[in-house]
Every structure is written in C-alpha cells, then in structure tokens.
Unconditional design. Structure first.
Length: 430
C-alpha cells in the first residue's frame, strides 16, 4: 500500500501545477521575463548558461583561484582551507579532518549571489508585511526585539543545491551550468535564534496565509543580459515556516559573521541552502502563492529526464558522502592508514556508511562516530593498507533512516543540482 505524501511533497506537486497554470504572483519580475528565463534554463548547456554569473564571478568550471581573499567576501580565505570560485568560497574537505562535529566559522563555505553586505546591527530592522497578516500595517522588529523571544538552539547543516555539481562532468560526462563545486559547499553549525513561527504569530499571522517570502539585504542580482532580478528571495510554505525554521543571530556561540548573514539570517533545516536567506531584511506573508526567480528558473530541475517546463521547486537536500582527503592524496604502500569522512542527508539521519578502497569491487561498513541525527552529518572512519604502489579509487556510500542510499549515478539536470551519486576519490600509494 503506498504511503501518504508528506506535506513537502504535496507542496511540491501543488506548486508545480500552479506555476505551469500561471496561478500565482511572481514578485519583482514580469511573467514574460520568468517564462523567457525558464525556457532558457530548460535549454541550458555548459556553453550557453541559462543564467550567467555576475561580472565579478568566475566562469563555470574555471580553474580555482589561489587567493587569500575574494571580491565580495569579508573573511580571509587561506589556500589550504578554501577554493575560491568567483564570489564564492568552497571548503576543502581535507581541512575539516580533526575539526570536530561543528564546522569552525573560519572554515565554513561562502555562497554569495552578489557580495557580502557589511551591516550595522543597530540600524537593522526586520519588517513583516503582506495580506497574509491580520493587521494592515507592517510589523517591525529590531535585533533587541528578537532577543526577547524564547531562544532556540539547533544544530543543522547548510548546503548549496549545487554541491557536487562538478561530478556531472567529471564522472558522468554531462554538461551542466553553474559554479563547479566539488563537495565542500556545506557546513554544519550550532545556530541560535528565535522560531520564525513565534515572530509570524506576533506579527499577526492570518489563517488565510499560504506563503512566507524572506528577502535578503544584499545587492540586487543582475544577470549578464541585464535583467535585474532584485534581491535574493524565495518563498516557504506556511507549514514549513511554522515547523522548524529559525531566524538565527548566532553561529557556534558567537554573533553571525558578515559572510554568514549578520545580523540575522533564515535557517531552514534539511532544505537546499537558498531557502536559508542571509541578511534577511523583510518577510512577506501572503494569502496567495508566491514565486521568485529563485524557485521558477533557479533551483528546479530541467532536462530531458524531467517534466516539460521543469520540476517543482526544490526543497529537501539529498544524501552525500565525502572523504576528508585532498584529491589525489598520496599514501605509503604497505602501511596502515586511518581514513576519515562525513556523510549527510536532508531526508533522514545517516545510519550506515559503506566504503570501498578498490573502486567498488569490495565494500565494508565504516565506523560511525556520531549518533545519527536528521539535519546533521555523521563522521566516520576506516583503516586501509594499500598493498602495493599505484593508483586507487576510494568510494563512500551512505544510507539514511528513510532507506535512501547513494546511487551509482545521478539523473542529470541542466543546472547541475542535487548530485547524490557515489563520488570516485582518486588517491595514490607510493
């Protein structure tokens, strides 16, 4: 007997029908532009991206820059911790070995659409408005106001939907667009803040409310062809907003750093990173479905394996594993080495990790070092003794509590989202 659909999957299907039927309001950009851009996304190739990066960003799949800083990012980016990718910075997974469960803030990846704004908390105000409220005038909250609400602390990962994108090309021979992340566009932190549900109810949430649309205070995103898409924003269903979403103002026990959303960001556990809007400045609460470019042509699946016109907007993350090793790491033949890594899933807690050190001929379970928890990751280890010099391929395959296991290949999509296949990690023994 089939199981009942989850609220998220029901939301996905409903939004897909509404988008295709034009039964919603797309805020800040004309429907003509959305249709044009969505059509372009459906035809995207590596040579003709549906959305080019801003002028300051590096082209997709360019060689990583060797730099200690990057335009648009405030914090230092040491070469042994980060690969700079335009206005983004990917954590090198090898640098996480021995750092503990929570990603140190100075190691945490940076995903910017434009540039990090340097804001003053004393001047910051959150405005909550819209026809999904019972009040006619907007509600406003300062940071001090938010800190009067009951505080909540939650450990959760934030991961870009394109994490692993480069493997569509390197492992599957498929052309996709976007930043060529390996597996380092993820970090897990201990977040502290206030429940979004508490703020919405204080603002006067109506029973008619359908969607909640947070918007960031970073600069407007302008595509290479000059289309101004406005500030980054992406709607959430009210059911999700009232469930586990936080307005976070601390990260690992300290105020949020500028690159990670200071003074306040949205944290949406289990979902793709774009849902966790940084530098949130206002939240629209609507009595009708809302759309933005970030859930119409960005962050949906296009391509021959997906519905005509694209999939529903993406929500939950997939299951992945990564070795805490440099690419093409070198080991001494005949010696025993302790290898470590991490696995995670947006659908459930990781309960098993199997590893292979011979390219998949033989598999064995890794030792798990953390209790499985949804929304976080599990650290694991295995011992390996390469018998002779030469090249080897390491594989790690995670299974979560819902029964999802990493596949051998990922169904392709033109924008390279949600890569979940087992990654082939080449190393060498000498």
């Amino acid at each position: 007997m089939p199981t009942s659909p989850t609220p998220e999957s029901a939301y996905d299907r409903r939004r897909l029908r509404q988008w295709l039927a034009g039964e919603a309001r797309a805020d800040g950009v004309s429907r003509r532009d959305l249709l044009r851009l969505a059509a372009a996304a459906g035809l995207a190739t590596a040579a003709a991206p549906a959305f080019a990066a801003p002028a300051a960003a590096a082209p997709a799949f360019a060689a990583p820059a060797a730099a200690a800083t990057s335009p648009g990012i405030v914090k230092a980016l040491p070469d042994d911790w980060f690969t700079v990718r335009g206005t983004n910075a990917e954590t090198k997974f090898a640098s996480l070995a021995g750092t503990g469960y929570h990603t140190p803030v100075d190691h945490f990846f940076v995903r910017n659409h434009t540039a990090t704004p340097v804001l003053d908390a004393a001047d910051w105000t959150l405005t909550v408005h819209g026809d999904g409220l019972t009040r006619a005038t907007p509600a406003e909250f300062t940071l001090a106001d938010l800190k009067k609400f009951p505080a909540v602390t939650r450990t959760a990962f934030v991961e870009c939907a394109g994490n692993g994108r480069s493997f569509f090309a390197s492992q599957q021979g498929q052309a996709v667009t976007g930043t060529a992340w390996t597996l380092g566009a993820i970090g897990t932190a201990r977040w502290r803040g206030v429940r979004l549900a508490d703020v919405l109810r204080r603002a006067g949430l109506s029973r008619d409310a359908v969607d909640v649309l947070p918007r960031g205070l970073d600069a407007a995103y302008v595509t290479a062809d000059g289309t101004d898409l406005g500030r980054v924003r992406r709607p959430l269903p009210v059911s999700k907003a009232l469930d586990d979403v936080l307005l976070a103002y601390e990260m690992n026990g300290e105020p949020l750093p500028h690159d990670h959303g200071f003074p306040v960001r949205v944290l949406v556990p289990h979902w793709i990173g774009i849902a966790s809007i940084k530098w949130v400045g206002d939240i629209e609460v609507s009595a009708q479905p809302l759309y933005s470019p970030w859930n119409t042509d960005f962050y949906r699946l296009f391509g021959s394996a997906h519905p005509e016109g694209g999939s529903a907007p993406l929500t939950r993350q997939t299951v992945k594993s990564a070795w805490e090793l440099p690419w093409d790491a070198t080991f001494g033949a005949g010696a025993v080495h302790r290898l470590t890594g991490r696995s995670w899933s947006g659908a459930g807690a990781v309960v098993r990790v199997d590893v292979s050190t011979d390219g998949g001929t033989r598999w064995r379970p890794a030792r798990l070092h953390d209790a499985p928890r949804r929304g976080g990751w599990v650290r694991w280890s295995t011992d390996w003794r390469p018998s002779e010099p030469g090249g080897y391929t390491l594989l790690a395959r995670a299974t979560d509590s819902t029964g999802r296991t990493q596949p051998d290949t990922t169904v392709p999509n033109t924008q390279g989202y949600l890569f979940d296949a087992v990654v082939r990690h080449a190393v060498r023994a000498v």
